[in-house]
Design a protein around this ligand. Structure first.
Ligand SMILES: [Zn+2]
Length: 383
């Protein structure tokens, strides 16, 4: 691939980069990068930008002028279907968010209704931002369950039953009249953190999503690792106790049955009533409530022990904690780090920096945009 095409591809996948970053990532000389960037700038595909305007997350340690794809060259749409919400984000090719919106969904919502809501939000945002649909290079959507890479259907261990067996990529593409690609939310969280958040620059990035469901996404050398069939990194269904509770996947004693939000709330609802939420549990723990803090610390310990296996196998340099429970911060992270250190090989945990994710509740929608920017071979919009 010629250097200028490789530069466009890197800017599409990584966002803003300096000329020095390009020299390092491409393994070519400064002069080669300068010549190719000059040609791309004259052609209007690449622009120089200041760090303050290029992204919405900090990019420390990046001196020098930042290069991005020309924002007006196209746009991507990211949709996050959560258990109780749908969120839509529109970004340009420079990875800058142009607009976002979200709507609540009922916990046992109908998947088709959720897709119709997402399509309406998308139309509104495209109109608000004056983005021509011909400029949209693709729509990414995050779904709360494993997506079969071959058939595009949602696997049966999905938390949201009305999605099982559907082909949301096809259905959404029909509703929106735009190309749509789907992936599970843990994979998208991993991509979002790699592109914009705590995973920037990592060689092997393991993202652990701790929420109602427990999952993981693994980015190796800038690419999401999906496995043979698209369902790799089902971290929540690692068996931690063969005599444990039956899991929604049909197995027994999966990690998720110990550390998923319903499991933690179940331990505390006797004290705090049936309306206890994850956010309130975390607030109680932060305010010094010993029971809530203990539930979160034990969860951190369990996750750390399971993460040690993952780290021994993959030797990541970054382990990023995301999802609803990440808000517990050090209450959970301390025990997590301790168990990881205890149960993994010394050189493995010495290399694995454990960090909180930075993308917060936008991680999935941002990751859906990254999915589009990573997957399409189209550098710019349709003519
Ligand atoms: Zn399971």
């Amino acid at each position: 691939m010629p250097t200028h095409e490789r530069i466009v591809e890197l800017l599409r996948k990584r966002g803003a980069l300096t000329r020095a970053d390009l020299v390092r990532l491409l393994g070519v000389s400064r002069a080669t990068v300068s010549t190719a960037v000059g040609a791309l700038q004259r052609g209007g595909l690449v622009v120089e930008t200041s760090p303050a305007t290029s992204t919405w997350l900090p990019q420390p340690g990046r001196p020098g002028a930042l290069l991005t794809l020309n924002p007006s060259a196209g746009a991507a749409v990211g949709i996050d279907f959560g258990h109780t919400h749908v969120r839509v984000v529109i970004a340009d090719l420079a990875h800058t968010v142009l607009a976002e919106a979200h709507e609540p969904l009922a916990r046992d919502h109908d998947a088709r209704q959720a897709m119709a809501t997402a399509a309406e939000l998308t139309e509104c945002l495209l109109a608000d931002t004056d983005v021509d649909r011909a400029k949209v290079i693709g729509v990414g959507a995050g779904l709360p369950g494993p997506v079969d890479a071959h058939t595009g259907t949602i696997g049966s261990s999905s938390i949201a039953p009305s999605w099982v067996g559907l082909r949301p990529a096809d259905d959404l593409a029909t509703l929106l009249d735009l190309p749509v690609m789907v992936d599970n939310v843990a994979n998208l969280g991993a991509l979002a953190e790699f592109v914009w958040g705590a995973g920037q620059g990592a060689k092997v990035c393991a993202y652990l999503k701790l929420g109602t469901g427990v999952g993981a996404g693994i980015v190796i050398d800038g690419r999401l690792y999906r496995g043979a069939g698209g369902t790799a990194a089902e971290f929540g269904h690692v068996t931690v106790d063969p005599a444990g509770e039956i899991c929604r996947c049909g197995n027994r004693g999966c990690l998720e049955t110990f550390v998923g939000v319903p499991a933690l709330l179940g331990q505390l609802q006797g004290q705090y009533g049936p309306n206890l939420t994850a956010a309130r549990m975390i607030r109680l723990a932060t305010d010094g409530d010993r029971r809530s803090a203990r539930a979160l610390a034990d969860a951190g310990h369990r996750v750390g022990a399971a993460a040690a296996v993952l780290c021994n196998l993959l030797n990541p340099d970054r382990v990023i904690i995301g999802g609803e429970l990440a808000a517990a911060g050090e209450i959970m992270l301390g025990p997590l780090r301790a168990a990881l250190e205890r149960d993994s090989l010394p050189f493995v945990h010495a290399q694995a920096a454990v960090l909180l994710g930075k993308a917060g509740d936008r991680a999935e929608a941002l990751g859906a945009i990254a999915l589009v920017l990573h997957s399409t071979n189209r550098h710019v919009a349709r003519p």
